[in-house]
Design a protein around this ligand. Structure first.
Ligand SMILES: C[S@@+](CC[C@H](N)C(=O)[O-])C[C@H]1O[C@@H](n2cnc3c(N)ncnc32)[C@H](O)[C@@H]1O
Length: 313
């Protein structure tokens, strides 16, 4: 097992054929930036040789792998899906209304940066309320989500039972609220991407034998105390993991290339064979990763993660 830590993101996106370099525009729980080198090593050989493939990412989150692939490989078209409606709205606004979004963000950034530190917290909570109330203006709502993501605690996205965003203020010294160059690059690169709100199985409509699908579902909790699977109001329990495995079988039967990451339950219980049994017959590998989000400081450290695929490279 090779140990690759703290990779330089740009280094793994330097083979840039599109001359546009885009990177994730939000911080997201389970973001995959740090394991990109491990995923890249395992991408299908035909993609690496320049074949034009269709790319599908049904749990897109902040899109670390999506942008890596769009920056570096020959992608015919792409489809991204997520169950988080506001995140998908933000992707669509970046794709279709980039200048208006940037104007809103400039205004918010100016207001925020002008405030003395003790006033910023107050401003954050005003904007959080505005975000939860705003329904009609999707561009404004997208700008507010970006602002909250950059200034909230750990860049988390969490909602209460009423669906209200409830993450507290994050106390960053100098958060970068607007990265205009990257947002414009993201907008350009998203022009060939179909952005869809909904369940991962929607991708059934687009999969063919020339597709590469990367699945990064909400993690099965590593221990009983970590419950960071609640990205939205729906939780992703073992039955959901089993439903996903059936879908993985389905795309395999079509001849599509599938690669899936997940947490490794063996980190906390060496006898837990849940994924080893569920994905028996597929290629299952364990790679090292650094745990990014954990409520208990002492549990931050090196853990293994699973990479499962249905093809030899
Ligand atoms: C581990 S995160 C993906 C992180 C992503 N790979 C990144 O680099 O940021 C899982 C994502 O799946 C989404 N999700 C949860 N249940 C889903 C479902 N049934 N169908 C589609 N997306 C779902 C969550 O909203 C979340 O954004």
């Amino acid at each position: 097992m090779q140990l690759m830590l703290f990779p330089d993101y740009q280094k793994y996106t330097s083979n840039n054929k599109n001359k546009v370099f885009a990177k994730p525009f939000v911080k997201w729980a389970g973001g995959k930036t740090q394991i990109i080198p491990e995923i890249d090593k395992r991408l299908p050989i035909e993609l690496k040789k320049g074949k034009k493939m269709r790319y599908i990412e049904p749990f897109v989150g902040s899109g670390a792998v999506l942008f890596h692939i769009l920056n570096n490989y020959n992608i015919k078209d792409a489809f991204i899906i997520d169950l988080n409606k506001d995140l998908i709205t933000l992707y669509n606004v970046i794709k279709n209304n980039i200048s208006e979004l940037i104007n809103y963000l400039k205004k918010i950034e100016n207001e925020y940066k002008k405030l003395p530190e003790y006033k910023r917290k107050e401003y954050y909570y005003i904007k959080r309320e505005e975000y939860n109330k705003s329904k009609e203006n999707k561009i404004m709502k997208a700008a507010l989500l970006m602002f909250l993501n950059k200034t909230c605690y750990n860049g988390l996205y969490r909602v209460n039972s009423k669906g209200e965003f409830n993450v507290p203020f994050g106390r960053y010294k100098n958060p970068k609220i607007l990265d205009e160059e990257n947002l414009r690059n993201v907008s350009k690169i998203l022009q060939k991407v179909e952005i869809i709100h909904g369940d991962f199985e929607i991708s059934r409509e687009f999969v063919d034998n020339n597709s590469l699908i990367y699945f990064d579902p909400p993690y099965r909790p590593l221990s009983n105390t970590s419950n960071f699977t609640s990205y939205s109001q729906n939780s992703f329990d073992d039955n959901e993991q089993i439903r996903l495995k059936h879908f993985f079988d389905y795309i395999t039967s079509l001849g599509a290339k599938g690669i899936l990451s997940n947490s490794d339950p063996k980190n906390t219980d060496p006898n837990d064979n849940f994924f080893d049994e569920l994905y028996k017959g597929y290629i299952i590998e364990r790679i090292y990763a650094k745990r990014m989000i954990n409520s208990k400081g002492k549990n931050r450290g090196f853990i293994t993660e699973l990479l499962i695929r249905n093809y030899e490279k």
